[in-house]
Write a protein that binds this ligand. Sequence first.
Ligand code: CAA
Length: 379
Amino acid sequence: MDFQLTEEQLAVQAAAREFAQNELWAGVIERDEHQKFPAEQIKKMGELGFMGMMVSPEYGGGGMDTVSYVLAMEEISKVDASCSVIMSVNNSLVCWGLEKYGTEEQKRKYLPGLTSGQIIGAFALSEPEAGSDATSQRTTAEDKGDYYLLNGTKNWITNGTTASVYLVVAQTNPELKHRGINVLIVEKGMEGFQTGPKENKLGIRGSDTCSLMFTDVKVPKENRIGEDGFGFKFAMQVLAGGRIGIAAQALGIASGAYELSLKYSKERKAFGVPISQHQAIQFKLADMATNIDAARLLCLQSAHDKDAHQDYAKSGAMAKLFASKTAMDTAVEAVQIHGGYGFVKEYHVERMMRDAKITQIYEGTSEIQKIVISREILK
Ligand code: CAA
């Protein structure tokens, strides 16, 4: 087994680290506090190639592998998990899905803007009553011949107000259950399409999350992705890859909280010595470092599986399950190591603790990851 990264992968990692350290630290607390969308930062990320990393250069992408994507996600998430979720949805769910299953016309129309960061994409699956139970779609896409009539509501949509292109999951043939579901490309500004107010969230507050409302929206037939009834499989496929991205986000939050804790523990003195010399702190640092290394290996394993065209549903779910728990546990311990300073905003770890929680919820809760893993083991 080769654990060495290639020169190209190392260069991507270094570029993401430099960008995150130089361009994202400043302002991250303010963006979090005021729920300010990182518009300028996302524009730069597009210019640097982070918004469509795995897309072929033919459509404006970076033509990179999933391992490089994981490395970049970790570095950006170390500093600002709001930026990285915007990046993750755009890369894993929207760009990857469009490139893999879109028509040539759809790819040429949407991918250059999405990969360059000129426009942002969103993926709309969750509904007020269909979160984990994704087959129970209430949003309908009635087949009207040359268009679909779209009606319904989507909830908790990342990039909800800022996106220009939305991949919307909707039911066309209820009697066929999940085999009657389609995914339609909906553009901002289509008549009958409205977005709700931004949610006031616990974490990833710089990213915008909102509801989408569709009332008799006429979506041309050519905006359907794949064959009639392919929508649910499309959603499952993109989410399987998306989970690798969110696993890397969780890994980054954990690494960020750990690095700050390590530094702080060497500087802060208590009982006459730096607190890193107390075994109580050393045990915490050892647990953090061990879990982070294990999470990184799972992330890289799942990315490798995807790049090698092997099945990655199980390894991606394992990576997300473990990395998101590691993010939560590490961030909580980071606050503990920082003591009172950890409880105030200037030291960053309280934000990381709030940001970590969502990684156990979106793109499938931890319980959903266990369902996916156990099905793969038992089949
Ligand atoms: N690839 C391809 N097809 C797949 C698949 C995969 N990885 N996983 C399932 N399928 C197919 C199955 O083969 C089956 O097809 P057939 O019946 O034709 O054989 C079909 O999909 C239905 O599968 P299941 O019977 O397994 O479906 P289920 O209802 O029992 O449960 C589930 C599946 C895993 C629980 C699924 O509903 C699920 O993943 N739920 C969580 C949804 C989720 O992750 N939501 C996140 C929203 S997006 C988001 O959060 C983005 C963001 O903002 C950051």
